[in-house]
Design a binder for this molecule. Structure first.
Ligand SMILES: [Zn+2]
Length: 201
């Protein structure tokens, strides 16, 4: 991955650079959505009857095996782009810094792990995975499909199953879509998460 001085993100696939949408900007939009979710729903724990307000930090995690070419920090700060295996260290450093600045030192802001976990679970229940209507996308009429897949069993009621093209294990639509959306890497085939790691890395 290469990040230019103007904040453009380029990804290298078989010795060619492809421009991708800036994950920093994507995250900013995600933070706006999260902020409104926290405002709309009762997610955060309360302290003395007052709902705590969350702080958002914009981080982009990349594979520990990937190479990131960065511009100099004074040109464009990319310190939020971190290797996934350094996440805990990054959080620890951030917390240490806060403690040093005594912003976080007040006991009123310290919450138990269980409380934080419950808040995270409340947030997670708001998640609605995107359902892609492939029939609509490819202009397939419903009537035509019904004829072809007409089946007397109740199987049609079950969630769609997909299979890894390498080891044939069942994979979710989400995992399959991820592969299809990364055509340059997976060549339009779907792999399970384990097999994905063996492809072009
Ligand atoms: Zn597999």
């Amino acid at each position: 991955m290469k990040i230019t001085e103007t904040g453009e993100f380029l990804v290298n696939y078989s010795n060619k650079y492809f421009s991708i949408e800036s994950p920093i900007e994507q995250n900013k939009r995600h933070i706006i959505v999260l902020e409104s979710a926290f405002q709309q729903y009762d997610i955060m724990p309360k302290r003395l009857g007052i709902t705590m307000t969350p702080n958002f930090r914009n981080y982009i995690m990349v594979s520990p095996k990937s190479r990131v070419i960065r511009p100099s920090k004074d040109r464009f700060d990319t310190s939020m782009v971190i290797k996934a295996d350094t996440l805990f260290t990054t959080i620890d450093k951030y917390v240490d810094n806060m403690a040093a600045l005594s912003v976080f030192a007040t006991a009123s802001k310290i919450t138990s792990f269980e409380t934080v976990k419950a808040a995270a679970q409340r947030l997670a229940t708001l998640h609605k995975p995107i359902k892609i209507d492939y029939r609509k996308r490819f202009g397939i009429e419903d009537k035509l499909m019904e004829k072809q897949i007409a089946s007397p069993t109740t199987e049609a009621q079950e969630p769609k199953k997909f299979f890894c093209c390498k080891c044939k294990t069942t994979i979710s639509e989400k995992v399959a879509s991820f592969c299809w959306n990364n055509k340059s890497r997976f060549g339009g085939r779907a792999y399970c998460i384990n097999c994905q790691k063996t492809i072009n890395e």
